[in-house]
Design a protein around this ligand. Structure first.
Ligand SMILES: NC(=O)c1ccc[n+]([C@@H]2O[C@H](COP(=O)([O-])OP(=O)(O)OC[C@H]3O[C@@H](n4cnc5c(N)ncnc54)[C@H](OP(=O)(O)O)[C@@H]3O)[C@@H](O)[C@H]2O)c1
Length: 211
């Protein structure tokens, strides 16, 4: 299973504001690239906080879906508190298979009533195992920093697609590409740069896990 993330990052390493405002870090070109990556995925995995920032179905652009990718893109959300209270009128959506992953305390019937299946898991590794059981071969992680950190810490993030946006967001505590508890110097995870493209003032970078 290929697990890859895609994130737009500011020059100061932030992926959002300190107040979690809803806005795009990257340009239209970045969003176009995001669509292309979604078209390659069987599932898009996000954390509950990222879901709340844009609680809408995540779909690949029409006509771009890669052969073999599932008809209905799995939208996988990791949450302890549940997402029903944040779902708008655009759920359920026929193009999307919504799966919610979290503890046994999640309200199963409330989620099912909104068209979401509930899976009881402990962590992001369990989510990947469940997605594999569902037949997923390519999982796109769209953040945020908490979820990405847990996957990097477990050595389960194969590829990082990163748009470097020429902007400064600032703010102590603003989310970054990987947050969590952080690494000590002897456990910092290294990646290698495998692609780099400039479009306008943005850099589109790909990093792969070191062997
Ligand atoms: N620039 C970009 O490309 C980009 C992309 C994505 C996100 N963002 C930004 O990133 C920020 C959000 O990132 P974040 O790091 O704060 O949060 P996050 O990674 O999106 O989500 C964290 C949440 O995941 C859930 N979670 C974590 N561990 C879990 C576990 N073991 N079991 C069940 N659920 C678990 C919890 O959800 P609950 O709280 O629901 O319980 C937790 O609050 C926002 O500002 C967003 O705009 C930016």
């Amino acid at each position: 299973m290929w697990v890859f993330s895609n994130t737009a990052v500011s020059l100061d390493g932030r992926i959002g504001t300190v107040n979690d405002d809803h806005f795009c870090v990257g340009t239209d070109q970045d969003r176009r690239r995001m669509g292309l990556l979604r078209a390659k995925a069987d599932a898009v995995l996000i954390g509950g906080q990222t879901f709340r920032m844009g609680p809408h179905p995540i779909v690949a652009p029409a006509g771009l879906q890669v052969m073999g990718a599932q008809d209905r893109l799995i939208n996988a959300v990791m949450t302890r508190n549940g997402i029903v209270d944040h779902m708008g009128d655009d759920w359920p959506d026929d193009r999307v298979d919504l799966r919610v992953f979290g503890p046994s305390s999640l309200d199963v019937s409330a989620h099912e009533a909104r068209g979401a299946s509930v899976h009881v898991v402990d962590d992001a590794i369990d989510v990947l195992a469940a997605l594999r059981e569902l037949g997923c071969e390519r999982v796109l992680v769209e953040g945020g920093g908490d979820l990405i950190f847990s996957l990097v810490a477990a050595g389960r993030l194969d590829t990082i697609f990163m748009t470097l946006a020429p902007r400064i967001i600032g703010g102590v505590g603003a989310p970054s590409l990987a947050d969590g508890i952080g690494f000590s110097p002897d456990s910092i995870q290294d990646f290698r740069l495998t692609d780099c493209e400039q479009l306008g003032d943005e850099l589109f970078l790909r990093y792969d896990q070191k062997e």
